[in-house]
Design a protein around this ligand. Structure first.
Ligand code: NAD
Length: 256
């Protein structure tokens, strides 16, 4: 018996990184996964490998959401899980951030999460789960990622309000707040065929050894296990909560 047997779960931004590991783990646990992304080749290849359905979904476009939900319904008859995982990051001080850049990040991270809740929750006729991917920067500040941090704070607000509004329909809504996780977002060398990704990962490990009490960067598979917990019956009495997964980074600072 898998923890998600019979469940139909849409995972956005699932072509790579944390979303990919969530899709793989959910499929292994018996879910019918809908892999959604804008990276069509990677997403379709993953879907084929794990026996999932691939849909092209730009999370900032409402028509894409409607098409994705219709495709899921056609394939499986219902939808009862969503992981809003897609996200982008831009580095800039607030005063140097062009409005276009600010709006681009808001469109993917914040509007994408809103549209996911708005479009998928009405499809959940027999209860369901929504897991929103926020961030460590949703619960504390971080210089140079102000736009990103603002959108991730907003995701916690959406999570709490959605949990209140959807609880009467048996839909639980929670958020994950990952610290530094070893994906292309925090380690862009993973996307550069010429770069020595292992060497960069080692350098990042050196950085996080200083910052993070557990002494290392997190793995996308570790976040996927939290997403599974929040999507499965194991979390049946939990809704409206942010879950920090950061190796202890947020616990405080060490002065020695
Ligand atoms: P990643 O860059 O590897 O993956 C992001 C995925 O989102 C990619 O597959 C990308 O194609 C997809 N995406 C981007 N824009 C999209 C759009 N408009 N529509 C649909 N898909 C889109 O990074 P990741 O670390 O796997 O990021 C997953 C989530 O975790 C993001 O929300 C990110 O903000 C969050 N997060 C990451 C870290 C980290 O350190 N990596 C830390 C905290 C939170």
């Amino acid at each position: 018996m898998g923890k998600l047997d019979g469940r139909v779960v849409i995972v956005t931004g699932a072509a790579r990184g944390q979303g990919e590991q969530e899709a793989r783990l959910f499929a292994a646990e018996g879910a019918k996964v809908v892999v959604a992304d804008v990276l069509d080749d990677q997403g379709a290849a993953l879907a084929e490998e794990i026996g999932a359905l691939y849909v092209h979904l730009d999370v900032g476009r409402e028509v894409d959401w409607q098409a994705a939900v219709a495709a899921a319904r056609r394939a499986h008859g219902h939808v009862d899980g969503l992981v809003n995982n897609a996200g982008i990051l831009r580095f800039n001080s607030l005063v140097d951030t062009p409005l276009d850049e600010f709006m681009q990040v808001v469109r993917v991270n914040q509007v994408g999460c809103f549209l996911g809740i708005k479009t998928v929750a009405p499809e959940m006729v027999d209860g369901g789960t929504i897991v929103n991917t926020a961030s460590y920067t949703a619960v504390t500040g971080m210089a140079a990622v102000g736009t990103y941090s603002a959108t991730k704070h907003a995701i916690l607000g959406l999570t709490r309000v959605a949990a209140l509004e959807l609880a009467p329909r048996g839909i639980r809504v929670n958020a994950m707040c990952p610290g530094a996780i070893d994906t292309a977002m925090s380690n862009p060398s993973l996307l550069d065929p010429g770069a020595d990704a292992e060497e960069t990962s080692r350098a990042l490990d050196g950085l996080y050894r200083k910052l993070v009490p557990l002494g290392r960067i997190g793995k996308p598979e570790e976040v996927a296990r939290l997403a599974l917990f929040l999507t499965s019956e194991d979390s049946s009495y939990i809704t409206g909560q942010p879950f920090v997964i950061d190796g202890g980074w947020l616990a405080g600072v060490s002065v020695i």
